[in-house]
Design a protein around this ligand. Structure first.
Ligand code: IPM
Ligand code: MG
Length: 352
């Protein structure tokens, strides 16, 4: 197979982990006789510096024309001025919107050998395997009106939490579809006791649930869900929630896996192109040191092969190599070890 992949290394540790993902892809290409053609582009803070915009029209068009997009991370203290016209994160949101990737899949699994790396009690972590599906192109991140003004002599800031029925339905349907191949349980997370948008969310969850009677559906309020992730994470299978709740809950859930550096993600939509990125950010504190954990990025690459290219065998080969590497005791600094980013990738690649 020949595939065309846009690379967006971005800022901070982004370039360090993306370069390891490319090594992994090259190893897969030679072993399974594929051809991956890369196009590297700027996005985020580096793009503000060089092109005057966090995401240029040309880069978005290149991403839209690709088979898949692999993204490192964006942002950093250099671009944190609250009064700046553009921010690295704006580019990321525009990219998600521009690709129409409304569902962000964030699998959270606990490797048995990493149970000790998590601050939670080992018995809570046994058998944890959650697929969080975060709605990605709606809600507070995108609702209008949004902005700052002065009203009645007071400085005011507004964000709007808005959802249309179709936006909820399509992500809910995907959650039920993916639950088919798993434990057949969907936990829909909302704040229906307070928010109107959550009442619509729950109404549609009930409708889609009725259309899929073989799947168990439960509704959990977001504050309770935050607690359940710590007190009983093994009781959850597929969790589906709106954009901002999903952002917050997946950072929390990453603690179960021992380190945020472990978690991959895939963003999918109705269109052809998928966007793949680790859930960790640009980690400015360790950027440039070569010590970042590349596993979240490498597992995102496996998700790319599975979801965008239909290469299941190759995806499993990467996931198994990562599992075996962890079992063998290889650890980067975030997991209490000494391996560099490159050494960790070496350990994974030699196990294909
Ligand atoms: C994430 C990140 C982003 C988000 C930021 C960088 C805009 O936190 O992917 O979880 O909030 O979506
Ligand atoms: Mg986040």
């Amino acid at each position: 197979m020949k595939a065309h992949i846009v690379l967006l290394p971005g800022d901070g540790i982004g370039p360090e982990v993306v370069s390891q993902a490319v090594r992994v892809l090259d190893a897969i290409a030679s072993q399974f006789r594929h051809e991956f053609v890369y196009q590297e582009r700027l996005m985020g803070g580096c793009s503000i510096d060089k092109c005057g915009s966090s995401l240029t029209d040309e880069t978005l068009a290149d991403c839209q024309a690709a088979d898949a997009v692999l993204l490192g991370a964006v942002g950093g203290p250099k671009w944190d001025n609250p009064n700046a016209k553009d921010r690295p994160e704006r580019g990321l949101l525009a990219l998600r919107k521009g690709l129409g990737v409304f569902a962000n899949l964030r699998p959270v699994k606990v490797h048995p050998a990493l149970i000790d790396a998590s601050p939670l009690k080992p018995e809570k972590l046994q058998g944890v395997d959650i697929l969080v599906i975060r709605e990605l192109t709606g809600g507070l991140y995108f609702g209008w009106p949004k902005g700052r003004d002065v009203k009645d002599g007071r400085e005011r800031a507004v964000d709007t939490l808005e959802y249309y029925d179709y936006e909820i339905r399509r992500v809910m349907e995907l959650a039920f579809k993916l639950a088919q191949g798993r434990q057949r349980k969907v936990t829909s997370v909302d704040k229906a006791n307070v928010l109107e948008s959550s009442r619509l969310w729950r109404q549609i969850a009930v409708q889609v649930g009725a259309e899929n009677p073989e799947i168990a559906l439960e509704h959990v309020l977001v504050d309770t869900a935050a607690m359940r992730l710590i007190t009983g994470p093994a009781s959850m299978d597929v969790m589906v929630t709106e954009n901002m709740f999903g952002d917050i809950l997946t950072d929390e859930a990453s603690v179960l896996a021992g380190s945020m550096g472990m978690l991959p993600s895939a963003s999918l939509g109705a269109g052809r192109v998928g966007l793949y990125e680790p859930i960790h950010g640009s980690a400015p504190d360790i950027a440039g040191k070569g010590i970042a954990n590349p596993i979240g990025m490498i597992l995102s690459t496996a998700m790319l092969l599975r979801h965008s290219l239909g290469l299941e065998t190759e995806a499993v080969a990467i996931e198994k190599a990562v599992d075996d590497t962890i079992t063998a005791g290889a650890r980067t600094a975030d997991l209490g070890g000494k391996l560099t980013t490159t050494q960790m990738a070496d350990e994974i690649i030699r196990r294909f």
